[in-house]
Design a binder for this molecule. Structure first.
Ligand SMILES: [Zn+2]
Length: 252
């Protein structure tokens, strides 16, 4: 068992929350019951995740994508009102950790990607003013681009979108989980052969070709599943609480 505030204090320190400016509050976003014995993790605090968590007897839900994003309508009406009501009626605490869970050197999404794909990490760069957001490294052995595409598909269970560029071998690459396609130009400036992130939009395809870097959009959801799972497993051990990850599939 762990107390609601004790868990938040532990996560604040463990994830170095104070070192990161973010687009949403990191920490306890909706307070539920005081004692936590069962923790459910998931990528996004959607209604589907909250319903599954309530059915699993969760005292707390921990996600990568919570609520109260900068610029969002702050009112608890409509879809957001229903989600928050679901939490409050079930007495479930909602914890959300966004950028701190991308950058964490062991429990984060970028670390998880490297682990899944067997990439060696050589550097962690600041990006958008966030220390350690853009990761640089190399595959276990130089790869042709098709082999990297197959590796991503196998590791993440989803076919990536590949924009091909000139390099025939991938010896160095950079990556950032989620919606970080805009870091492509910074990655290209580091002289890598490929950049991997989650999403793609129209201008990114042209940019990849012009910058001479292979771009792989491997899925926003798919590249951000590992962080909450690693963190949940860690908390289960640290506090002797039950942890379960619930997958709500998402093709994006
Ligand atoms: Zn994300």
């Amino acid at each position: 068992m762990v107390h609601r505030e004790a868990l938040e204090a532990y996560l604040h320190e463990q994830l170095a929350v104070g070192e990161c400016t973010d687009y949403a509050p990191n920490g306890l976003q909706v307070a539920g019951r005081e004692r936590i014995e069962t923790l459910v993790t998931g990528v996004t605090a959607s209604a589907a995740l909250l319903e599954a968590a309530a059915a699993a007897g969760a005292d707390a839900v921990l996600v990568h994508h919570g609520y109260f994003w900068k610029g969002e309508d702050p009112r608890l009406v409509g879809m957001k009102g229903r989600r928050v009501r679901l939490l409050m009626e079930a007495g479930i605490n909602l914890y959300a950790y966004h950028l701190p869970l991308d950058v964490h050197p062991e429990l984060g999404n970028n670390a998880g990607l490297a682990r899944l794909l067997g990439w060696e990490v050589t550097e962690r760069r600041s990006a958008h003013g966030v220390p350690g957001l853009l990761w640089v490294g190399r595959p276990a052995a130089p790869l042709d681009p098709g082999a990297l595409r197959r590796g991503l598909a196998e590791a993440l269970g989803r076919e990536p979108t590949h924009v091909a560029a000139a390099p025939e071998r991938i010896e160095r690459l950079a990556w950032c989980s989620g919606g970080a396609e805009r870091l492509l130009e910074q990655a290209a400036g580091l002289g890598v052969d490929a950049y991997v992130s989650g999403e793609i939009s129209e201008p990114t395809a042209h940019a990849a070709r012009e910058l001479g870097v292979h771009y792989f959009a491997a899925g926003h959801h798919a590249t951000e599943r590992s962080g909450v799972q690693a963190l949940g497993a860690h908390l289960g051990e640290a506090f002797g609480i039950n942890h379960r990850y619930i997958e709500i599939s998402n093709p994006a």
